[in-house]
Structures are given as C-alpha cells and as structure tokens.
Write a protein that binds this ligand. Sequence first.
Ligand code: MF3
Ligand code: CO
Length: 240
Amino acid sequence: MRQSGRINAEVRAALRGAVRPGVTGLELDAIAHREIAARGAVPTFPGYAPGGRPPYPGAICFSVNEELVHGIPSDRVLREGDIVSIDLGVTYRGFVSDAAFTVAVGAASGHAERLMSTTEAALESGIRAACAGARIGDIAHAIGSRANGYGIIAEYGGHGVGREMHEEPHVPNTGLPGRGLRLKPGMVLALEPMFCSGDPATMELADRWTVVMRDGGLSAHFEETVAITDGEPEVFTRIR
Ligand code: MF3
Ligand code: CO
C-alpha cells in the first residue's frame, strides 16, 4: 500500500504540473495513464461499475467548479480562474491508493482560494485524528468542525481502502466525537472532505457519474490514503 501510495503521489504531482488554461480533462487523463504505466502500476478507476452504473471510463476524475466529484474527463477546456478537483486511484501489486486535490487554474478568486485552503486544512485535521484508539466519529468531527461556515457534503465521504478501492468503514465528513468504529493499527482509510460555498445539496448528472452542486456553487475536494499505526498516522499518498 505504501508503494501504491507513493506512485499515486508521483502521478498526482505530474498532473498538478500539467494543469493550466487550455488543457482538457482528456489530456490530463492521458498523462495519468502514461505516468501510471511507466511505474508498473494500473489505474484503479477504469471499468469500475458499482450499483448498475456504466463502467467508469477514465483513470482520473476531473471535476470543475460546481462539479463536486466523479466528473468524467472530456474535451472541456480548463480556463483561467476555474478550480478543478483531480482524483486518482492507483493499483500496485493488488493494493489500491486513492487520493485527490483541488487546484486553481492560473489565478482563482480569493473566495475560491479560501474554500480550497479550508477544505485542505480540514483534511489535515482529519489525518491528525486518525490515531489508534480513536473512533471514526473523532475523524468525522475533526473534519466537520473545520468547515468554517462552508457547506459540508453529507452524501459522500471517506472509506476504507486496501485490496478494493471502497471498503468498510464509511467515514463521514461530519459527526460526533467518541462515536463509531474504534481505529486499530493496520487499518487504512481514504479521508476525503468535500466543502462547498453554497447549499450542500448535490445531484448526479445523466451520465450516472458526475456529481454537481444543485445550486451551481463552487466545491472543493481533497483526499489522502492514511494508515493507522501505533504512532503517528502515515499518509501513504504523499512523498515524505
Ligand atoms: N476517489 C473516488 C471515491 O472514493 C473514486 C472514484 S470512483 C471512479 O469516490 F468511478 F472514478 F472510479
Ligand atoms: Co475515495
């Protein structure tokens, strides 16, 4: 899982470096395919088809502005001032890592920057709470209590990750401390706060994948794959 996470981090760095005005989701998806293959790994997302959905077509999820998550890479062109969430699953020797970031295309508004930095800080807070002996509710509370007035998306959250991308338990982005499953060393969780500037209601588009904000407002999403250890949490999807 550690190696899978490192590859995920390296490929995400390449994707981040390629985000600029004029680039499309399909171009970034091609970079993801190439960089994953170059490392002897496999993209996790292509073909994923839970609950009767059509098989997911991309190696990345590419979600722009009011698109929250699971946006399908297309020839939609990124424009200066957009914010884009890029989500990447990597499978290496049978182990999955799942991570995402949101970034501005060129310069974004102060408002968009604050939404992104708040969401990223909430992820850090969730990671710090991912300690043996604590509970899922402690992570959920650590994330949700850092929303700073932004909307917290209730329909989606984090999850266990390992040989499968989505394993038990579900990790909500808001909750009560002291509740839920107790964390043990060896558990690995994908933590993924999603905050929005307006109403937190979402809807799925006709493609059965793209999740957008109902009110068309901005949303941000950050995710890391994190291991519970005897000591500090270990973030697998970051280069240390
Ligand atoms: N990181 C995403 C999640 O946990 C996984 C994307 S689903 C796929 O929801 F369809 F894109 F594969
Ligand atoms: Co995930």
